[in-house]
Ligand binder design. Structure first.
Ligand code: NI
Length: 176
């Protein structure tokens, strides 16, 4: 099932911390993870977090394999439940966007390498390293679980400009 992706300023779930997942290996959790992937691929995203479909749970799925719109690339799906960044190193700055703030892309500085500790659908803990784009995706998506959007990392001036433009789009009925 493809969820509707909710947008910034219209969805309180995007701006508050999500809850820990406590029930594992359930039919509901398996279905939700599958639906998040389906929604992400349908939206041509490289990551999506549960709050983006209006569900306040600490779940995100990521697949950067098709980042360059390479339709033939083999999928590299990653599921992170209750994830935490346990190590950060270096710095990178690159353009970032978000399915919940479509049409806006801005340079964002992030750590270049991160290590994430998370649970899988069975509740088993694991660690995964990412660098470059994958590290960026980990940081962006885990931010979502804490109610933080990429525009929080911009200057107040840039953020206000984006908010103004979004308010205009909302008024014009072009932002749903
Ligand atoms: Ni996002």
């Amino acid at each position: 099932m493809i969820y509707k992706v909710v947008r910034y300023m219209n969805a309180p779930a995007l701006e508050k911390p999500a809850s820990l997942v406590t029930a594992f290996d359930t039919a509901d959790l398996h279905a939700l993870v599958a639906d998040l992937f389906e929604t992400m691929y349908a939206s041509h995203g490289i990551g999506i977090a549960a709050p983006q479909v209006d569900l306040g749970q600490r779940i995100t799925v990521i697949d950067i394999a098709k980042a360059d719109d390479d339709e033939d690339a083999a999928p590299e799906p990653i599921i992170l439940i209750n994830p935490e960044i346990i190590k950060k190193e270096g710095k990178q700055t690159g353009e970032e966007g978000c399915l919940s703030i479509p049409g806006f892309r801005e340079p964002v500085s992030r750590a270049r390498n991160v290590t994430v500790r998370a649970q899988n659908v069975k509740g088993e803990w694991f660690e995964i390293d990412g660098e470059g784009l994958l590290a960026r995706a980990f940081q962006h998506e885990i931010d979502h679980l804490n109610g933080i959007l990429f525009i929080s990392h911009l200057s107040g001036l840039k953020r206000d400009l984006i908010k103004r433009k979004i308010r205009k789009l909302i008024k014009a009925g072009e932002w749903e």
